[in-house]
Design a binder for this molecule. Structure first.
Ligand SMILES: Nc1ncnc2c1ncn2[C@@H]1O[C@H](COP(=O)(O)OP(=O)(O)OP(=O)(O)O)[C@@H](O)[C@H]1O
Length: 748
């Protein structure tokens, strides 16, 4: 549905395209020179700091300086080359014709080309201005009411280096006669195009209100709200690119973290930022935010609600204070001729004293010192200092302490809860009247983890919080290196996580065999998979961008807060699409993560994704359940209503109806198609979808968040409501994923 240009104007369009092509050709010539220059710098850098003493000894001081310089040169030259190559396609996408004095005289006129990056000619005159530069702002800000000096805004559409189309917007009623105007407007043309497997950038057609959010002040918290399809995600991603441009030093070295709901979502958006020349952004889903643990499962809504709520803080606080379940609980040694005996109660007292001011994983020496004090209190004979020294130096004491106070992995600590009685005791009163049910839910879920060898998304925030409470795992001092040399542990599994024992469904205890102590892996069972790799401490970022923020649990906000303690934030969300049951509690945790910093909000009101007919269908649904939902205005019409079909609740009938719907839709749209179906019907439908080419995807309702397709088949809306946390809100998400066509299969 490309906008049609009448035959009479075809010559004019061709002439205009030729003019633009001439400029674009010049830009590519300059770009080729720039790539050559960058490659020369790369080669030059590589030759610097070469040492003639390779393999024969340490480099000389001047050689070291050369090596450093080389690294810096090679790094920046390869960045530049990669950036030039990444942005080759459609490099120049816009042109502004400005009239500074509003006279229409040639002398007062200026032409600016806007592109994905800035390119200058040999005289250092700009041939293209980076879209993020202040001089490019009028391209996005100009309107007929406030033209900002712009007479005509032109969007160039290219394939590789060839200009293939032009869309103009006129900003003044009475343009100079030599300014030709072609096309029906760039935005509608862009919105009508087909959707691919990945999200694209929108640099050429960013709208004024979107631009304001993109270029908003970096400080504090910028919140972008709006209904489905209003461009919140794409705007936030362009903002990330803008921040990197406006203060590269700060954001590149401090880091920008983009967090989305699922792996499907991160795969969907991953092309936008490299497309804008930014490859230094860290993209993560909620399930892989923490190094060393990757979630592959989603809990049931009830379990997720227990794990995500703020009451878990108290459970985790208690958990880190528990003795290690399999650690010795009696110390019997001879020190300075005295028989020392510390019972479980003494050891518990020592443990509580140490943990009052120290984290467990980095307080080995403090714990031994406190043990010594407790031992002294039980004898009080001879010289105190001498006794303490002897106690601390005792090999028997050290052997005991290495088991009693070994470093504990946060994943191991969470798995302690798999044992039902232990869970019941630790959950205690944290869940008021519901503590028994909460303990059983937690315990059953962690037993599932132990059976399947998989973590759930909600577990990740718990492991992260435990890691923060326990402190970085450190290597216990070895005798040869002396007591106080403490290093980070390379292989956490080396330190006795092999001793973890938990009951499974009250049956036989399961031994978690991870390592034979030499670092060699000896088992491939599910428990080993749970403990593979190493949990890393939270990195700090200079900017954190959170998408689908309405779904974050309080514990997930706390996890993000640990990564953004000094960060500025961009937060994107729509309350009506929320699947988290307790928004108030989430709000509290989220405010805590932000701290007391400035807030600014941008509200998006135009739905750019859905054809009006599709959005009206979804709107009818959500108004029934959430009367005050934030409903945007859809700007595009196709004249085709969604199709509703009713079938029997029978797998074969449903498969047949989906196959038929897919056959029809594949003819009607050129791009991507999705079947969005509840878990109940997924096995049958995977066979139907499997018969199609890569254009057709089968996806579950929750994973469709943030994604879009040209056409969708929505299967069994009632079941989607029944099985999803947040019921109708999730169905609302599902019904707003199609850009052009939608078929809804009601099951009776
Ligand atoms: N200015 C624009 N020019 C062209 N396309 C746009 C523009 N703004 C938004 N879009 C398109 O609209 C669609 C919806 O955008 P996006 O996914 O960012 O919306 P959203 O508000 O995050 O949606 P949801 O909350 O439903 O996930 C995308 O295809 C995006 O490219």
């Amino acid at each position: 549905m490309e906008p049609q240009v009448s035959e009479a104007t075809e010559d004019v369009v061709a002439r205009e395209i030729a003019v633009e092509q001439a400029h674009v050709d010049r830009v590519y010539t300059e770009l080729a020179k720039a790539v050559d220059r960058a490659q020369l710098v790369h080669a030059e850098g590589m030759s610097r700091g070469q040492t003639d003493r390779r393999g024969t000894g340490d480099p000389r001081e001047e050689e070291l300086a050369g090596l450093f310089e080389r690294d810096a040169l090679v790094y920046s030259a390869s960045r530049r080359t990669a950036s030039l190559q990444n942005q080759h396609e459609g490099l120049v996408f816009g042109r502004l014709d400005l009239d500074h004095a509003d006279t229409g005289e040639q002398a007062d006129r200026e032409i600016r080309y806007i592109g994905r990056l800035g390119v200058r000619d040999d005289e250092y005159d700009p041939l293209v201005i980076d879209w993020r530069a202040p001089a490019a702002a009028p391209f996005y800000r100009a309107t007929p009411v406030e033209p900002h000096g712009v007479v005509r805004r032109r969007v160039l559409r290219s394939q590789s280096e060839l200009v293939v189309g032009i869309e103009d917007d006129l900003m003044v009623a009475d343009p100079p006669p030599d300014l030709v105007v072609v096309g029906d407007g760039a935005l509608i043309a862009a919105l009508s195009r087909t959707r691919g497997q990945r999200m694209r950038d929108i640099v050429a057609t960013i709208q004024q209100h979107q631009d304001e959010a993109i270029r908003a002040d970096v400080r504090g918290v910028t919140e972008i709200t709006g209904g489905p399809g209003t461009g919140k995600t794409v705007v936030a991603l362009h903002r990330a690119a803008y921040l990197l441009y406006s203060d590269r030093r700060r954001f590149e070295s401090g880091g920008v973290l983009v967090v989305g709901p699922s792996a499907a979502y991160t795969a969907y958006i991953e092309r936008v930022l490299p497309g804008l020349g930014e490859d230094s952004v860290v993209l993560r889903s909620m399930g892989d935010l923490v190094g060393g643990i990757t979630a592959t499962r989603v809990d049931s809504p009830e379990t997720a609600a227990v794990k995500g709520g703020l009451r878990m803080r108290q459970v985790l606080n208690r958990l880190v204070r528990e003795p290690i379940p399999d650690a010795p609980d009696l110390l019997r040694v001879f020190v300075a001729g005295q028989a020392i005996r510390l019972e479980a109660a003494d050891l518990n007292r020592v443990r509580r004293t140490v943990l009052r001011h120290h984290q467990r994983n980095n307080s080995f020496d403090v714990a031994v010192r406190e043990l010594a004090e407790a031992a002294w209190a039980s004898v009080r004979e001879g010289d105190r200092e001498q006794f303490l020294d002897k106690f601390i130096d005792s090999t028997d004491v050290e052997t005991f302490a290495r088991q009693w106070w070994r470093p504990v992995d946060p994943r191991e600590v969470l798995l302690w809860l798999a044992e039902p009685q232990f869970a019941a005791r630790v959950v205690g009163s944290a869940f008021d009247g519901e503590h028994e049910a909460a303990a059983e839910t937690l315990s059953a879920s962690l037993r599932t983890a132990l059976h399947t060898g998989t973590w759930s998304v909600a577990d990740v925030a718990l492991v992260d919080e435990l890691a923060a409470k326990l402190g970085q795992m450190v290597d216990l001092p070895s005798e040869e290196r002396g007591f106080y040399e403490i290093e980070e542990l390379d292989n956490a599994a080396q330190y006795g996580t092999s001793a973890l024992r938990v009951g499974v469904d009250g049956d036989e205890p399961v031994s978690l065999a991870v390592s034979d102590g030499s670092g060699e892996r000896i088992s491939h069972d599910p428990q080993e998979r749970l403990m593979a790799g190493r949990v890393t401490a939270a990195d700090d970022y200079a900017h954190v961008l959170v998408d689908e923020a309405q779904d974050l649990s309080p514990m997930q906000w706390r996890m993000l807060g640990r990564r953004g303690r000094w960060a500025s934030w961009t937060v994107v969300g729509d309350a009506a699409q929320s699947s988290w049951p307790d928004p108030e509690e989430s709000l509290t945790a989220r405010e805590e993560a932000f701290g007391s910093t400035v807030r600014r909000g941008f509200h998006m009101q135009t739905n750019y994704r859905n054809a009006r007919e599709i959005f009206e269908y979804a709107e009818r649904l959500i108004r029934r359940y959430v009367p005050d939902a934030d409903i945007p205005e859809a700007v595009r019409e196709t004249g085709v209503d969604p199709v509703e079909i009713t079938v029997d609740a029978d797998a074969e009938a449903i498969s047949g109806a989906v196959a038929e719907a897919l056959a029809g839709l594949s003819d009607q749209v050129a791009g991507s198609v999705a079947v969005i179906a509840p878990r109940k019907w997924q096995p049958e439908l995977s066979r139907v979808v499997g018969r199609h080419d890569g254009r057709v995807a089968l996806i579950d309702p929750l994973s469709s968040k943030g994604l879009e397709w040209d056409a969708t088949v929505v299967v069994d809306p009632d079941e989607i409501i029944a099985e999803s946390p947040g019921g109708p809100r999730v169905l609302y998400v599902v019904l707003t994923r199609a850009a052009h066509r939608m078929t809804v299969l009601q099951v009776r």
